[in-house]
Ligand binder design. Sequence first.
Ligand code: IVH
Length: 712
Amino acid sequence: MYSKAEQRELTDLSKLFLQEDAAVQRETEEKRLEDLRRIILFHEWRYYVLDDPIISDYEYDQLYKQLEAIEEAHPEWITPDSPTQRVSSDLTADFPSVDHLAPMLSLANSYNAEDLREWDQQLKRLLKWEPDRDIAYTVEPKYDGGSIALVYEGDALKRGATRGNGRQGEEMTANARVIRSVPLKAAFSKHGIQLAELRGEVLIAKSRFEAINKKRQEEGLSLFANARNTATGGLRMKDPKEVARRGLEAFIYTLGYAADGEGNDIIDRFDTHHDSLELLRSLGFKVPVEGFKTCNNIDEAIAFCHEWEDKRDAYEYEIDGMVVKVDDRRLQERLGSTSHHPRWAMAFKFKAKQATTRLLKVEYQVGKVGSITPVAKLEPVQLAGVTVSSVSLHNEDFIESKDLRLGDMVLVERAGDVIPYIVKAMEAMRDGSEEPIEFPRYCPVNDTDTPVELVREEGEAAWRCPDCLCGRQDLQRIIFHVSKDAMDIEGLGKQIVERFWELGWIRSIADVYRLDYDKIAELEGFGEKSAANLRASVETAKSNPVHRLLHSLSIHHLGKKVARLLAAEIDHVMDLAGWEEERFTQIKDIGPIVARNVREWFAREKNRELLRQMEALGVNMTPTDEDKPQEIADGPLSGKTILFTGSLQQMTRDEAKARASAAGAKPLSAVSSNLDILVVGEKAGSKLRKAQELGTVAIWSEEEFLAKVDGE
Ligand code: IVH
């Protein structure tokens, strides 16, 4: 249908329009209109036919809006083949088509509070109302699945159909009948309704989607891209038994048509939209129960939309926005519809989580134990409200598994508070100019004249620089040493360490304890007071417990836990220098890899010298009370395992774990059948779902947890 060259041309052109680039601004209106039509039709083809979109929904909407704006200004230019002149369609030849009882329209989109306020004002103008008179709205989640229409006649489910092109849909009654939340019988006749058509969205729960993919992975099958495709694909499968296995669910959001025994349309018997939802709920349909709210005015509606945007990731179903609907049916009727959407409803789209952009180059960073991390530099792109211009590529295997190349168009995603990552390269967009990413064999960070060959140990994903000559590994170690997790030196963040490094003031960890505070006081942005505060923090850190010190040294594989285990076994940090490997492995939970790494670290004179210098500078090397093992046999949570999830409000994760340990509980890091207690903070997600599915885990709020550990 489209050649590669055409696809590239249209993709590049899309970019120009999305960036509102000067090149397209200079075009005549007519030329822009023509371009936009071509681009939009192309993206519809990618989306509907190939099922492989190369721009995000948000970007598509932006292009569509530009087209609408031009057509609005020049209605005489509208042609029948313009994308605005048809409602998008999912019709295929596989299922018989049926006519809907009333058209199934689409929705107009808005992206922020201003858009919604403007729409509210526009409605008042149409209604000839005073600008300050309130319109009541019902607000519901905008479910991201596949839409369906269900027809009930004489209380029985007669027909199920997809939305199709809005007027006609595909008949899939057999599939609708296996969706558990679709009642086969519902007592419409009690309410004088003989024939009804309901509209809703078919979805799959996020946990169900994950479980299906897990099973597919075990069976060596290809994975589904997302919950949405799994639901829409499921709806259109040939074998209803297969459909049943997917575990689809249907949320009903509208009573689209209702007629009495004589065939009279009686939809206006319902005063409000929320009344009709309540009726459907009472008849046994799944309506957006937690999600729907009737608001007195647009400000309340906006607040509710924002509330849900925050809850979105923790919600069990995929939603891509909210739908704001004029609640009063009579007002709905007065406002009417365009050929595309009702004027009385508006989607409030959440910020896009996905976007496409170009991978420009790969840079490399060295970490504190010498691991080399590739970082992709991207053409800057807006994603869920922030500009993203670089993402981690983790390691060589990641690059290979995604077959990423320099110059590729890539799909990036940022879900909730998760850091952005590359989902895939858009292979269809390649023109042959893309170049393979050659992972370096010599340290790419090193700027000395002597190259250092990288090593990759068995079982490790990362290439490492084994012998840093340029000092940048030391810089990373210093940054880690002073960080919150390690020695926790307040007022000495990453940027300040980097600045001192540039000035040549710190080259090793020991230099942290040799800072010249007079010189610091003279630095721009410092002064006497900050310098004195910094000195105080450094002094405090000197008496830290030994487990913090051990952890702060960036010894490969020596994490917090091992640090505690070791601290409990020694009288002085230097004792470890005399230990053989077996002495380490005698300790429960310390394996041979950790043992070898710690031993090798202490075997190096350079490292022992560092410790001697630190001790001479006053850094504590002998275990304190905090280093003593804390076996609490009779605490309130003794013998229990515990896990924290979501964001806690009254304490940090580390504090929570410390309090749990102090109460005798053992913190775990994942939900498993060994878990006894899950403490859930705000925005808890998959861990909560998994625990609920297991059914054996006690689920506590933060308050319940605090009440227990405080012994109330
Ligand atoms: S109302 C008459 N409400 O979004 C108004 N639609 O982008 C038509 N959708 O095709 C739709 N959740 O499939 C409405 N709570 C909700 C919805 C919803 C999801 C879908 C629907 C529609 C699409 C439009």
